[in-house]
Design a protein around this ligand. Structure first.
Ligand SMILES: [Mg+2]
Length: 237
């Protein structure tokens, strides 16, 4: 890796790393693994409706998980047994911690399964932004603390997370993602690591990005940013 993408050189930088969860931080699509294991017979009907743009991702997720009858602990235990982190993520976390760079997860998925994998890996200090769930006798109830009225879709908005960190003074957003909901935050980020659908979309639209295979490349970019910022006051100590 020889350059740092859209970032111009010779300026002080305060980076923040924002990562999608399913198929990005996690190697697997954890939501889908849970639905395949615990979902009712009709959960795929809702996925099909979403894929035909008949319902939003939020509606699909609520309807699909509405067919699940397992309790929170059972679902979390399944995640601990089956889900894995993408290679390099823990090293990236350690690098960010040593350099005082925030690393956060922004997901349109559900809190308990993100929590389960982070706990399993000893990464429970990583802030994550996801749909809040409450398991009740009538099923899972959802709440969305990260809505943004300007967002194109209902439910949480990843761009709101980006905006919050920018408002806190983090002027260089490093974003990693893979899906349709990652297009908007990718376009608002300074350096993008992409795979799967996001990679194809950015490529077809002539937008710059790095291919995300594992997180070691993200560390390389952060090292370059820190090296170019080291003469100034920034979070790369
Ligand atoms: Mg994803």
């Amino acid at each position: 890796m020889t350059n740092i993408g859209r970032i111009s050189k010779s300026r002080k930088r305060n980076p923040v790393v924002v990562c999608d969860f399913d198929d990005t931080t996690a190697k697997e699509n954890v939501a889908q693994m849970l639905l395949e294991e615990f979902g009712g017979s009709n959960w795929r009907d809702f996925r099909n409706s979403h894929q035909r743009n008949q319902i939003s991702l939020m509606e699909y997720q609520e309807l699909a998980f509405g067919t699940v009858r397992a309790d929170r602990n059972t679902l979390k235990e399944f995640v601990r047994q089956t889900a894995t982190l993408r290679d390099g993520f823990k090293t990236l976390f350690e690098f960010c911690r040593s350099e005082n760079i925030p690393i956060v997860i922004a997901s349109l998925g559900l809190d308990f399964y993100i929590e389960a994998l982070l706990e399993k890996e000893g990464l429970e200090t990583i802030p994550f932004f996801a749909a809040d769930t409450a398991f009740t006798e009538k099923g899972i109830k959802y709440s969305y603390r990260y809505k943004w009225k300007k967002c194109w879709q209902p439910g949480n908005c990843k761009c709101l997370v980006l905006n919050r960190y920018r408002e806190l003074g983090y002027d260089t957003v490093i974003f990693a993602g893979d899906g349709n909901s990652d297009i908007c935050p990718a376009k608002k980020s300074d350096v993008v690591f992409a795979r799967r659908f996001l990679e194809t979309h950015l490529s077809q639209n002539g937008l710059s990005f790095y291919k995300l295979s594992d997180f070691s490349d993200v560390i390389e970019v952060l090292k370059l940013i820190c090296a170019e910022s080291k003469s100034g006051v920034n979070n790369c100590d």
